[in-house]
Design a protein around this ligand. Sequence first.
Ligand code: 3PY
Ligand code: MG
Length: 253
Amino acid sequence: MSAPFRERLRRGDRLVGTLLGLPSPELAEIAADAGFDWLFIDMEHGALEARDVLRMVQAVREPAACLVRIPETSEMWIKKALDTGAAGIIVPHVNGAEDAARAVHWSKYPPEGGRSVGFSRANRYGVRFRENVGTANAETVVVAQVEHIDGVRAIEAILAVPGVDAVFIGPYDLSASLNKTGRLEEREVQDAIRAVAAACARARIPVGIFSGGAAGALQAIEAGYTLICVGVDSGLYAEAAAGIVRALKPRNP
Ligand code: 3PY
Ligand code: MG
């Protein structure tokens, strides 16, 4: 059996994941079987409901782990995401230490935090309640997304919050916060990304990033990123489908 995902993350293992935004347990199962270390299940964008996320997490077998990106940093969303039995949460738009501390607080059972206690899939509907309460705080992953220039400026304070296991850079939102929406190649965007990665390296906190394809992901790995998310389910399908059509119907517009 491999080590718990949080341990693998914190010790700096290379963890390659992919983003899922379609409400499909089958796709989650296929991605895990393909060998991805983790799945980025996205409730922030798209239309995934709590029940979709539950079914997707249920479809994924170890050693693959699920991290759920919550829509916003609130007790309700953190509770619902973790109750599915996911390994942890990705918290979007962490712009300062307060946002990070709030996310950690609602992710940990007392005395470390304020996570609400209830029967759910995370504790096998109460059957493994004691076991889960005993291990959850040590195993639950909290990933802070830094994706605004305010978060970049506050990075040292964010990294100092106990319980932040990793930082995940959101290059698209970051570019938007610099009024360069989608223009990731611009120097200002790249400088901001590098500043976050350098701060994480100094603090010895794993850093992750999203990349549209394997080439960008390889560059990120060479630059020291360990939590890598490559591609989006709908985009991967669209690309493969368009490739087939291009090959077989070359004159199609
Ligand atoms: C962004 O680029 O803003 C993201 O959130 C990608 O994960
Ligand atoms: Mg984003």
